[in-house]
Design a protein around this ligand. Structure first.
Ligand code: NAP
Ligand code: MG
Length: 397
């Protein structure tokens, strides 16, 4: 069999511990035999990042931007225990934080579903993805607790000297005050990332906020999203039969609970924080969730939503064949290869990515799975170790 041709490379970011072990197995068993794999390899192993003061992480972010696509293994974010364990020079910052800041991107967490795995909401048949704004609002707030009655005011001093002053409340007893902000530029970049993601995944998008109560603040979110959509995305959405709808956040929640899924749910920072945890737990397993970083220029980075699965790694080091779930890592690769095929106009590569995902899901649906899924699966289940499970997928592929 001739291997599937890859025109351009993707940036490949290797990582740590159990996910690093599985990363190699996935490449050896599921990619190399089928694809003439082209990657620009960056080794983000903790020791490597530490030695060169994160230079490799910055370089890898540049490569993702240049190539348009990245695929990343999970990496250790160091803490005091890791400094000791790996004899590090210092506490290295989170590589994901560095990459997110370098690319100015938004993270989307996308669940991976199989028909025999049952989440807690029975009507959800297709993935629901949350796009969470990661700037401002209550996460960058300013608060005051007062101990006497008084007047609370909101004051803005423009660089042009103009002052805007409004009364929040004539407070007749002690209380609390909070100031929050956001920036038009950040909201615009967030809107573009969301619409890019929705187009890429061929999903319709809903945005819920509370503009009936917060006419200026949430109203501005609503207006910027509508303007960006109308000017830059409406035509492309309609061509694919997709839609964008703004609705009130309470209405969005009520509709999501009754929907069959297949939607990008765009959330302001706080709503996204809360709702993404609800969604993750309703879906059952962190190992069945990929994470996609999208920047406003349309650069995509794919990874698993989980970490390096440290506890399994220590068991692996003792010689145990662990039953660590590789599905999110496999889907990180299939996501990156599919996007590469789409950008390069190489449909065979897209086809391969689809078949890889199919083979993975069908393997689970035929009852073969890793230990974490056994608890949420219905019907026949045979628990395999990671190597056996990947072999089963390879056989089917
Ligand atoms: P974790 O690696 O996500 O693992 C937490 C637990 O979740 C595991 O002990 C395991 O539970 C379960 N789990 C996660 N992924 C699994 C999989 N693929 N298959 C089976 N079970 C899975 O989180 P952590 O242990 O808190 O973090 C470990 C390291 O990862 C840390 O150094 C952290 O900095 C890093 N991290 C990196 C990223 C990233 O690069 N994106 C994200 C998060 C954390 P059981 O032990 O019960 O089986
Ligand atoms: Mg949260």
């Amino acid at each position: 069999m001739s291997k599937i041709y890859m025109k351009n490379a993707v940036a490949e970011l290797d990582g740590d511990e159990m996910t690093r072990v599985l990363w190699k197995v996935i490449k050896d068993k599921l990619l190399y035999p089928f694809v003439e794999l082209k990657t620009e390899y960056y080794d983000l192993a903790l020791k490597n990042r530490d030695e060169f003061d994160d230079e490799i992480t910055y370089e890898s972010a540049k490569a993702i931007r240049r190539l348009g696509i990245g695929v990343k293994c999970a990496t250790i974010t160091s803490n005091a225990a890791r400094v000791e364990e790996y004899k590090l020079k210092r506490l290295t910052p989170s590589p994901n934080g560095i990459i997110r800041a370098e690319l100015d991107g938004t993270v989307f967490r996308k669940p991976i579903l199989a028909s025999n795995l049952h989440g807690t909401v029975s009507c959800w048949k297709k993935p629901i993805v949350i796009g969470r704004h990661a700037y401002g609002d209550v996460y960058k707030n300013c608060e005051i607790k007062t101990d006497c009655p008084g007047k609370a005011e909101l004051v803005f001093t423009g660089n042009d000297g103009k002052i805007i002053r409004k009364t929040i409340m004539e407070m007749d007893s002690p209380g609390i005050i909070q100031g929050i902000h956001n920036l038009d530029s950040s909201i615009g970049a967030f809107a573009r990332s969301c619409f890019m993601f929705a187009l890429n995944e061929k999903m319709s998008a809903w945005f819920g906020a509370k503009d009936t109560i917060s006419k200026t603040y949430d109203g501005t979110f609503k207006d910027i999203f509508q303007t960006v959509y109308d000017r830059e995305f409406k035509e492309k959405f309609e061509k694919l039969g997709l839609s964008y709808n703004y609705t009130l956040i309470d209405d969005a929640v009520a509709r999501i609970m009754k929907s069959e899924g297949g939607i990008l749910w765009i959330c302001k920072n706080y709503d996204g924080d809360v709702m993404s945890d609800m969604l993750a737990s309703a879906n059952g397993s962190l190992a069945m969730m990929t994470s996609v970083l999208v920047n406003p220029e349309g650069v995509f980075e794919y990874e698993a939503a989980h970490g390096t699965v440290q506890k399994h790694y220590y068991r692996y080091l003792k010689g145990e064949k662990t039953s660590t779930n590789p599905v999110a890592l496999i889907f990180a690769w299939s996501g990156a290869l599919s996007k590469r095929g789409e950008l390069d106009g190489t449909p065979d590569l897209c086809g391969f990515a689809r078949k890889l995902e199919d083979a993975t899901i069908k393997t689970i649906e035929s009852g073969y799975m890793t230990g974490d899924l056994a608890g949420i699966a219905q019907g026949k289940t045979e628990v395999l170790d990671s190597w056996q499970f990947i072999d089963k997928i390879a056989e089917r592929l």
